[in-house]
Design a protein around this ligand. Sequence first.
Ligand SMILES: C[S@@+](CC[C@H](N)C(=O)[O-])C[C@H]1O[C@@H](n2cnc3c(N)ncnc32)[C@H](O)[C@@H]1O
Length: 222
Amino acid sequence: MSPEEFIRRHTRLQHPPLVPEVSLYLADDIMRLWELLGDESDGDNPGIPFWGSAWVGGQALARYIIEHPDEVAGKSVFDLATGSGLCAIAASRTGAASVTAADIDTLATCAAQLNAAANAAAIDVHRRDMLALPPPEVDVILAGDVCYEEEMSRQILPWLREARRLGVHVLIGDPGRHYFPREIMSPLGAYDVPTTWEVEGVEIKRTGVYTLGGTDDQDGRH
Ligand SMILES: C[S@@+](CC[C@H](N)C(=O)[O-])C[C@H]1O[C@@H](n2cnc3c(N)ncnc32)[C@H](O)[C@@H]1O
């Protein structure tokens, strides 16, 4: 089955609760989606299909962008680790001059393209390990819910810090994941994001939106 067939067969267009303006191909049950992906994978162990859920960090960041269009309007925007493409779609619909997005997962890039089309959003989506490359030359980088794993967080923070050093405005959505270094972030807003017990172990998750703050010296301690 092609990635597009898999996504269309096992998900349905839904509105993320905090961003009802957007429609995304989402799973009703992310664990069931993961099982189905395993059945398709010929014994390989597929990663979690992150693209099948609108993560609370991404929802909060998308809501923030829609409520603060000046953050992206007329600017070049890059959505790191785009998953479903939610943050990229929010930026496109809020007047960004150009939006590119990347994810390491082939199915995620397919889902983000399908979701962009479903929302008439112009987004250039790439399958790419962004952390192996220098930060792109854009005005704004979005990072929704990227601190869920130790190794990824360890790589991502210096990468985002380098982007900031190059003059990029970095916006991050995070619910306080274990590896999120809140002490080096400047808070911009917070939202109560409806979610599910299956995904987050709570029904509402308070989720912040941040930009990188502090000095490079402070950042260097992480
Ligand atoms: C928790 S999901 C967040 C997705 C989306 N931003 C959201 O908030 O709904 C994290 C995403 O990071 C992607 N990812 C992990 N490592 C990556 C890398 N090195 N480069 C690009 N994407 C990566 C995963 O495939 C996954 O889709």
